[in-house]
Design a protein around this ligand. Sequence first.
Ligand code: SR1
Ligand code: MG
Length: 408
Amino acid sequence: AYRTLDPAGIRAFLAAQPALAARLGGRPDEWRVREVSDGNLNNVFLIHGPAGGVCFKQSLPHVRVDPDWKMPLDRTAFEAAYLRAVRPHVGALTTELLHFDPDLFALVIECLDAHVVLRQGLMQGGDWPEAAAAIGRFVARATFRTSPLALKFEDASTLLAPFARNHTLTRITVDLVLTDPYHAHPRNHWLSPELDTTVAAFRADPNVRRRVGQMQARFLTCQQALLHGDLHTGSVMVAAHDTRVIDGEFALPGPIGFDCGLFVGNLLMHLFATPTPQGRTRALRDIGQFWTHFRQDFTTQWTDAVARDQAGDAYAAPLFRDDPASLHQVQARFLDEVETDTIAFAALEIIRRITGYAHIADFDVITDRAARAARQQAALHLARDLLAEPARIPTIAALLALAADRAG
Ligand code: SR1
Ligand code: MG
């Protein structure tokens, strides 16, 4: 029964759902339907009636920006499942799922009229001082609460198993993020020939190759928690005092540092792309805020769970409840490992967004070709160093110092 809905089809679809029609108010012919598709994969529409609005998102049988690239439809089903899994733990740090239609692969979520996409807002010079801390809390809660640190292993396994079958979008990540940029592949491209030698150099570097391979293995074998899976700055919507993570269609079980690394990697690219000193100061502040709040919130939840005897089977409460010093040590070691992963995945995200298939607007809007190439070059050099010399940059604090120095 699948068909791609046009505005008239969306109107009829919503009119047939009493709760959604009531949310919009008025008559269907009064509703305004506006396409706002922006990402690479799906159709997205905003619908407004006299009483309010909703957001309608539908899978296409192909990549939206490349109709020749055929693709199964199930990604919105994973997005709906992700929202159901994490919303109880993160509340209004994500959106409310209002409806999912498994035949049309269409989901309806609340409409965020007062918000803008964080990437677009940052590119326009905006500042959301609370957003990075909120994303830190989102990742801490969404991952801790879906991991065996918080769940009995049977419950963790039951929760994570369906997401391990998110094969289509995980394949995209394995190829586009973790593999293609490190060898010649027709999907790779970059705008400036000045980058050719930089790309050739990191591809030829055995230290880079070994580290990329290690991170491929971490991504595929380290199932610590349920991940968002595509947490770039285009997957975040912000208003003055409200931050929401959207677009959980890439959700999968994996290493927590992957979600952290994608967010940090995108802020690092903004750091190199932004033309103003204020923009650079904010980008560095946001990376620090994200990491501090992620780490604090994750630790607090873990400590509380152990104290309340509600911890999971990993680092089980009966062993650690009466030994806070050991609990503190194992927490620090666990999060140090997430920090190491975060730095490496941030580097992989930078490299793929400059030399792979899917680029980001932050760099693309720089019209002066030489300036753009110089900034991309600086970001690529940083990413290369993060991968090849992890002992030199072992912490987010060290990363911030180096990035501040390199970005000027
Ligand atoms: C074909 S999809 C390309 C990219 O867009 C998505 O947002 C993911 O980041 C993916 O890697
Ligand atoms: Mg997306």
